[in-house]
Design a protein around this ligand. Structure first.
Ligand code: ADP
Length: 282
């Protein structure tokens, strides 16, 4: 009989037992962080598809929280489109020993690990299959000595497929922020991401809308390039806050391209940083 286990034959080892008894606990797939790391809070930055601005939001938040005096880190889990090191101006050889490697640091001390830092050339494509990508991300968590980190931001793989799912399951996220843009199929994409987080019991901290609008350089008028945002209605329906709206801003693109995002001067994500600080800072 498969659904109950006889008391006398129970080995108390649920992981190898096929019985479906009521006391059986679901096996956690969460991986421990490296024993020499001391990461306090982990926030996943999620989007329904690539190119929405996840890396931008991850790096901007790491910069803003660093400015507030916290030790921050960015784990770039968007393996196929890694742009975090470039925006933070981080390059060079990763060092380590046979058991672990060390992240690189930006000018203001933000720790960074990305597959781009491990490639021979940053133009090399990553042509790996899903399980290899997911395994690499897990190793960025388990085999990197991160040191003391108050807030780690994870630039998550886009979408709700196999790779993001594995990352969700293996890294203990304290919360996620969902990044959307007005031209997204917002309602569907946001709900998918929210449902995935609910399934994994991870709190949704709120939404950030990127490429929300643009300011006309001549007359200063606010232009809704991609049409009216539908995010307010969705946020209200789902009961979450909109933590920030980032306009299309050529200065931002230029700061990322030049690797000097740490010099950013705008308040687009100040409320997101406030929300993180309020929720997590002791
Ligand atoms: P994702 O991580 O979602 O794939 P990125 O953050 O890498 O997206 O953004 C894709 C590109 O678009 C980057 O080159 C970035 O600099 C640019 N970009 C993103 N958001 C903005 C914005 N609001 N204004 C200007 N450029 C932006």
């Amino acid at each position: 009989m498969a659904d109950t286990q006889n008391k006398e034959t129970c080995t108390h080892n649920c992981s190898t037992c096929s019985a479906n008894c009521s006391s059986k606990k679901p096996e956690s797939l969460i991986e421990p962080q490296n024993e020499m790391s001391n990461i306090k809070r982990v926030i996943g930055i999620v989007s329904g598809k690539g190119g929405v601005g996840k890396s931008l939001v991850s790096t901007m938040l790491s910069v803003l929280m660093r400015r507030r005096g916290y030790n921050t880190a960015v784990l770039d889990a968007d393996i196929t489109g890694p742009s975090v090191p470039k925006a933070l101006g981080v390059s060079g050889e990763v060092t380590g020993h046979e058991k672990a490697i060390f992240p690189l640091k930006s000018k203001t001390g933000i720790e960074v690990m990305s597959v781009n830092l491990l490639l021979q050339s940053e133009e090399s494509p990553v042509v790996w299959r899903g399980p290899v990508i997911a395994g690499t991300v897990k190793q960025f968590w388990t085999d990197v000595i991160w040191g003391d980190v108050d807030f780690m931001f994870i630039d998550m793989p886009p979408g709700t497929g196999d790779v993001p799912l594995t990352v969700f399951q293996s890294i203990p996220l304290d919360g996620i922020i969902i990044v959307t843009s007005p031209q997204d199929l917002v309602s569907m994409i946001v709900k998918k991401a929210v449902n995935m987080a609910k399934l994994m019991n991870i709190p949704v901290l709120g939404f950030v809308e990127n490429m929300s609008y643009a300011i006309c350089p001549d007359c200063g008028k606010k232009l809704n390039i991609f049409g009216e945002s539908k995010l307010d209605a969705i946020a209200e329906e789902l009961g979450y806050d909109i933590l920030g709206r980032i306009p299309l801003d050529s200065r931002l693109a230029s700061l990322c391209d030049k690797g000097i995002i740490e010099l950013l001067e705008n308040d687009y994500l100040d409320s997101a940083a406030d929300a993180i600080e309020k929720k997590f800072a002791e």
